[in-house]
Design a binder for this molecule. Structure first.
Ligand code: DGJ
Length: 732
């Protein structure tokens, strides 16, 4: 722990040590293919000298010049591994503090490091840095997932000053890259328009990706990006880093091309309005910044992340997922027991595993018959559901289908009993008019009483209905007028609110998962307003967007797939869009398949098709969930999209192809080179999801070698008459 006494003796040892005579300390953070090399300089400052492909002789890391291109007499050290503010550095800091005495200077020098192996694959390197003058210590953590080539990085900041210090900025990670040029792909969007990519060449100055939205933090921008070095990476070529911050709140990522054309990256919680007081001997742990690097393009990089996420992060990532029928678009708020019982039967007829009851089942004084009232009052609405949820669970079970339910526990409508009873639990400025998104406000999760209330909603549901098999957890409003009556009352700084909200949310989720470790749970925020790898520790899947128009979904799902494996992506067949049912189904099969349609409105052929599709999906879903994903034909650049999932053994694959633009309806007029198969194996190709009465354009009895399929290629024959095609490829 914190052993040093901050005295002049300590200063002599650390601050101005006779380091010049000693060899620098070199710390390689290695995964199977890559390395991040950290090295101390003459003054014991820790810098990054190299990031990229691993060298075969680790002894050569010491040959990498420590600061030749990074040092500038005037401007400080650019390649710092964690840049402190207020001393020798005048570039963008990773850590900025105000000490107990009001002083704003900070220096961080290397003290020690150690690496502990968690198992054959996972190691944790921790590096202790200290300020020689003030009693502030930072430990940088680098958790490596060797096989997956993933690094998870975070920092722990600790103070032993007598008075509290204030953390003004407290990033998770500070990285440094040396390349010819840098190309950043980031995402923008809003409700129903999530994940629009833009790629730009970074030029001198700082490019910022951030959110200040609080609760629905990713509504306009997610904390995910890809960064290509030298030239824009493709699926199969180029050096590329995929990065994402595991934090369900405000974030800030700064990409600074410095005066030497090197790139500094600082990623973490957004310091915006979030100065965080830290009392003596307390620690602040930042969220994790997670990244992977590939020399072979975005395809490999994203497979790295998928492998890591399934094994180490997403709840039940190596398990399976249920198919479901959701009633949101079929009924909206307008349902009763009789209607729901019919829907259970529809779900059963369709062949799905679960029925998901969406919004509208609760509140009595202000019934939840629209999004204008009732949120917060989590008692069954007696008019719609006189026999309660328990009755529905049983009815569903009698029909042979499981039952799941929607909640939005962090939010409140002003028109609710909860709001009337606990106005002090609501985030709002006491002296200003309230400002709503979807007629609602977030509850103050920095308040432990509110945390208990939110936990209690779910706990009560499970205690009363232990057979509830699925939860959809929604969150539809951003945070306006941030102010906490609880922080005020407990004499804590208001600037803690954004951070303590997220910590409060994680406390609730942690407690919930301790008691109910397995129940599948969907992370929804009016669509993809909150998707990140910290939340996904507690959730089995996420809702990418309320936009289920299949054409739009092809593009969105394509972009999400760079960061998240398909097992985590919920995709429903709905009535959005003008595409035929087959197209809608084939697109939804790319993820965890669900339906949000009125099954009884399907004509005979559509029903027959859908029943067969659910059966087909059940037969191949493990390939989609656990297989390696290869994006073959990019819909942004072509008239059609194609992608395939291949089992690790390379014995089975599923290929999806969709027409996205048919100005001339040509579609796939040439063969597509498949990927990920075994060149020496022989395969047969079979078409799935044929609409009743149609014939496949694919010869099912033809045998192809893997080499042939990956070299000469295969034409799925997607065109204006066959707008979507699903192929099962199986080794013989
Ligand atoms: C927003 C979600 O994204 C929808 O799927 C639905 O659950 C509604 N909320 C319900 O209010």
């Amino acid at each position: 722990m914190y052993k040093h006494i901050f005295s002049s003796v300590f200063l002599a040892i650390i601050g101005t040590s006779s380091f010049a005579q000693n060899a620098p300390t070199i710390i390689p953070i290695e995964t199977r293919q890559n390395v991040l090399v950290l090295q101390t300089d003459k003054e014991n400052h820790l810098g990054i000298t190299y990031f990229g492909k691993k060298l075969s002789q680790a002894t050569e890391y010491k040959l990498i010049p420590s600061q030749s291109r990074q040092r500038d007499g005037n401007a400080g050290i650019y390649n710092s591994a964690y840049t402190p503010a207020g001393t020798w550095n005048v570039s963008e800091p990773a850590l900025q503090v105000t000490h107990g005495d009001g002083n704003k200077s900070l220096d961080l020098v290397y003290v020690s490091h150690s690496t502990a192996k968690e198992n054959d694959n996972v190691s944790l390197t921790s590096i202790v840095l200290k300020d020689p003058v003030y009693a502030v210590e930072v430990t940088l953590f680098y958790k490596t997932y060797f096989q997956e080539n993933v690094v998870e990085q975070w920092s722990v900041i600790k103070s032993e000053e007598k008075k509290p210090i204030t953390l003004e900025k407290y990033a998770s990670a500070n990285l440094y890259f040396i390349a010819k040029d840098y190309y950043l792909t980031h995402y923008n969007g809003t409700w129903a328009k999530e994940m629009n990519p833009e790629e730009e060449q970074l030029t001198a100055g700082i490019r910022v990706l951030d959110s200040k939205l609080g609760t629905r933090a990713n509504l306009y921008q997610p904390p995910t990006f890809s960064l290509s070095f030298d030239k824009p990476a493709t699926e199969t070529e180029g050096k590329v880093l995929l990065g994402t911050l595991a934090w369900s709140g405000n974030f800030k990522m700064e990409f600074e091309v410095d005066s030497y054309h090197n790139l500094r990256l600082i990623a973490g919680i957004n310091p915006y309005s979030s100065e965080y007081p830290l009392a003596s001997k307390q620690e602040f742990k930042t969220p994790s910044f997670i990244y992977t690097f590939s020399e072979n393009g975005k395809g490999e990089a994203s497979r790295n992340l998928h492998n890591w996420a399934r094994k180490y992060r997403i709840l039940d990532g190596e398990g399976t997922r249920m198919t479901l029928l959701n009633n949101w678009e079929a009924t909206y708020f307008d349902f009763n027991e009789a209607k729901l019982s019919e829907l259970f039967k529809d779900g059963k007829k369709l062949g799905v595993d679960l029925f998901l009851l969406d919004d509208g089942w609760f509140a009595n004084k202000y019934p939840r018959n629209s999004d204008g009232a009732g949120l917060g009052d989590w008692q069954e609405n007696v008019k719609k559901l006189p026999n309660g949820i328990g009755y529905l669970v049983k009815e569903a079970q009698k029909t042979g289908i499981k039952f799941g339910i929607w909640v939005e526990p962090e939010m409140v409508n002003p028109k609710s009993e909860l709001y009337e009873k606990h106005p002090d639990w609501v985030i709002k400025q006491p002296q200003r008019p309230e400002h709503y998104m979807r007629n609602q406000l977030p509850l103050d999760l920095s308040n432990p009483e509110v945390q208990d209330f939110v936990y209690g909603i779910l706990d009560k549901l499970f205690i009363e209905n232990p057979d509830i098999a699925y939860i959809k957890w929604d969150c539809n409003a951003t945070t306006f007028n941030p102010y906490s009556a609880y922080l005020e009352k407990s004499k804590q700084a208001q600037s803690k609110l954004y951070v303590d909200y997220v910590k409060g949310l994680y406390k609730v989720l942690e407690k919930l998962r301790t008691k109910y470790p397995k129940v599948p749970m969907m992370l929804c925020s009016g669509g993809g307003g909150r998707v990140d790898y910290e939340a996904l520790k507690y959730f089995t899947e996420f809702w990418p967007s309320d936009n289920t128009d299949p054409l739009e979904r092809i593009f969105m799902q394509w972009e999400y797939s760079y960061f998240f494996p398909s097992i985590a992506l919920s995709a429903h067949v709905t009535d959005w869009g003008k595409q035929p049912l087959k197209f809608r189904t084939d697109v939804a099969m790319m993820g965890r398949l669900g339906y949000d349609i009125v099954v009884s409105h399907l004509n005979e052929k559509d029903l027959q098709f859908s029943q067969q599709a659910v059966t087909n999906y059940n037969a191949v879903k493990d390939i989609i969930f656990q297989g390696d994903l290869f994006r073959l034909v990019d819909p942004k650049k072509n008239d059609y999209a194609a992608l395939m999932y291949v089992t690790k053994s390379k014995s089975k694959a599923v290929l999806f192809s969709y027409l996205v633009g048919n100005r001339n309806g040509d579609g796939s007029d040439t063969p597509i080179r498949l990927e990920g198969l075994d060149a020496s194996k022989n395969y047969k190709v079979k078409e799935l999801n044929l609409y009743p009465g149609t014939k496949s354009a694919i010869k099912e009895d033809q045998v192809y070698s893997g080499e042939y399929l990956m070299t000469a290629g295969f034409n799925p024959v997607v065109n204006a008459r066959r707008t979507s095609v699903v192929l099962e490829i199986e080794a013989m």
